[in-house]
Design a protein around this ligand. Sequence first.
Ligand SMILES: Nc1ncnc2c1ncn2[C@@H]1O[C@H](COP(=O)(O)OP(=O)(O)OP(=O)(O)O)[C@@H](O)[C@H]1O
Ligand code: NI
Length: 281
Amino acid sequence: MEQQTPLLEVKNFSVSFKQYGKGLKQNVTQVISNFTLDLYPGEIMAIVGASGSGKSLLAHAILGILPSNAYINGSIKYKGEELTQKDKEQLRGKEISLIPQSVGYLDPLMKTGKQIDSPLKSVKSTVKSIMSRFHMADGVKNKYPFQLSGGMARRVLIGTALTSGAHLIIADEPTPGLHKSMVDETLSTLKELAGNGRGVLMITHDIDLAFIIADKIAVFNKGRSVEVVDAKAFEASPDYVKHPYSKALWHALPQNGFHSIRSKDYGDDIDAIQDAQGGEA
Ligand SMILES: Nc1ncnc2c1ncn2[C@@H]1O[C@H](COP(=O)(O)OP(=O)(O)OP(=O)(O)O)[C@@H](O)[C@H]1O
Ligand code: NI
């Protein structure tokens, strides 16, 4: 069988931050280490991990929107081609679309309808259809982001992914603050995008959401992927996963006993890996 080219290939990828500590001492902190994943067209991969484990930074690295004190290493390929910062800037919002964790990413000066609207002929969803799908009154299209509630702003962000025409959609915690019916609608939207041959990377700390729609789950702990597993098999049994952190995540679910989990008990700490002396020699 011919092997398909992955839509997204991340290999041996790391992100570090340089920060100035006391005096002129410069600390380098590695927040993502040796991360590897392949995402194929039509696939939904969930990245599941605790708060602060580096999930959003991974999304921002793929989009090329890391803060200026961040340093990256390793490879990110899109459709088989290594992505440069310039490529990322060109693909962002077009081929690669982010549903950001914070609703603050909406353009504050642009009416919501305009933000959802797509200039692409190939895009079937209209502003009107998205407003009705996500239960927003037609008048919402004429509002500015500051006039929206948090949940409504979130629905607008999800709408933009539907009209972007992007081949790769990265949804960074797309559902907090949404009512159950809107959570379901969001998940079915992501499923629909994958059904149309797009690749979806869904970042979440809620493993139950991952079980509902993901094909594969990458378990993320302290900036490392501890393993990438089949979602259905993982949902069925903790015996299927190898890493103790993945097993602990399974046992922490309410339906599996609600056992508390302390992420620091698993894996090595990736704290300051290197202290460099700053200033003049
Ligand atoms: N500009 C920065 N300088 C230094 N450290 C940073 C910077 N931005 C983020 N970090 C650190 O990187 C780590 C990972 O952050 P990230 O936002 O990716 O976590 P996350 O997994 O998305 O968490 P959450 O589930 O809360 O959204 C955090 O420990 C954070 O403190
Ligand atoms: Ni995050």
